[in-house]
Design a protein around this ligand. Structure first.
Ligand code: 13P
Length: 259
């Protein structure tokens, strides 16, 4: 997807049951305006994906899995594979800080999931970001470097444009302490520099890179104004229809379509 399109992803995390999710989408359908230049993606609980896939108009909303297992099928009790999600979702989050830190997923898991998503025609959204203590000792760029190398190890330059990278500093997630636009600019620059080393300048410029971490309707425009930022990964504010609609409008305003 070309970089002139912004991506706004609402990650609902472990909130809203199937019925509630469906009602919330009804509300969003009325409030959130579709724009050609903004890809709006909803990431509900896995349980609601099937229902929502029948409910949403894909011209208005795309769907994302919050998580999936990297094997396609087999004896993996309790898991859902990218193969099973194929055709239901268009995106899949990979390496989210909660997966890395609460469920101890490693770069090896992340890499396998990125590949599984690509193999099943799902766009992986590879999340990277440092913790507060890593940031305090100046390791932000090293962490980004390691997580990108770890997550993309088996990805070819032909596959790279299918991948979305999200910079989500752990200390900014769910804390209300959002990163400053200057912080994000610097981190996204580090991401593109690393991609350039791995895949060359052209490929690095074509990848869509998002920011996530305590984004609100008030702070969204500051990030979207950054040239190198192609959208937002929104947690808490995506559960507020008014705020989410506002964030989508900010993405539209920052896009070329509105100019
Ligand atoms: P918050 O917007 O609630 O900080 O969550 C960010 C996030 O983790 C999105 O994936």
């Amino acid at each position: 997807m070309a970089r002139d399109k912004k991506i706004i992803i609402g990650n609902w995390k472990m909130n809203l049951g199937v019925h509630e999710a469906s009602l919330f989408v009804h509300k969003l359908e009325k409030k959130v305006k579709a724009h050609r230049s903004v890809e709006i993606v909803l990431a509900p609980t896995t349980l609601a994906l099937q229902t929502l896939s029948l409910q949403v108009n894909y011209r208005q909303f795309k769907l994302a899995a919050q998580n999936f297992y990297w094997r396609d099928h087999g004896a993996f009790t309790g898991e859902v594979s990218a193969t099973q999600l194929r055709g239901v979702v268009q995106y899949g989050l990979v390496g989210h800080s909660e997966r890395r830190h609460v469920f101890h997923e490693t770069d090896k898991d992340t890499r396998a999931k990125v590949q599984a998503a690509i193999r099943n025609h799902i766009r992986p959204v590879l999340c990277v970001g440092e913790t507060a203590s890593e940031r305090a000792i100046g390791e932000t760029n090293d962490i980004i470097h390691d997580q990108l190398i770890g997550g993309l190890a088996n990805i070819t330059s032909e596959e790279l444009p299918e991948i979305v990278i999200a910079y989500e500093p752990v200390w900014a997630i769910g804390t209300g302490k959002n990163a400053s636009a200057a912080d994000v600019k610097q981190a996204v620059k580090a991401i593109r520099t690393q991609l350039k080393h791995l895949y060359g300048a052209k490929a690095a410029q074509e990848v869509q890179v998002l920011y996530g971490g305590s984004v609100t309707n008030d702070s969204a425009a500051d990030y979207l104004a950054l040239d190198d930022v192609d959208g937002l990964l929104v947690g808490g504010a995506s559960l507020d229809a008014e705020a989410f609609a506002g964030i989508v409008e900010k993405a539209f305003i920052s896009s070329k379509e509105s100019k």
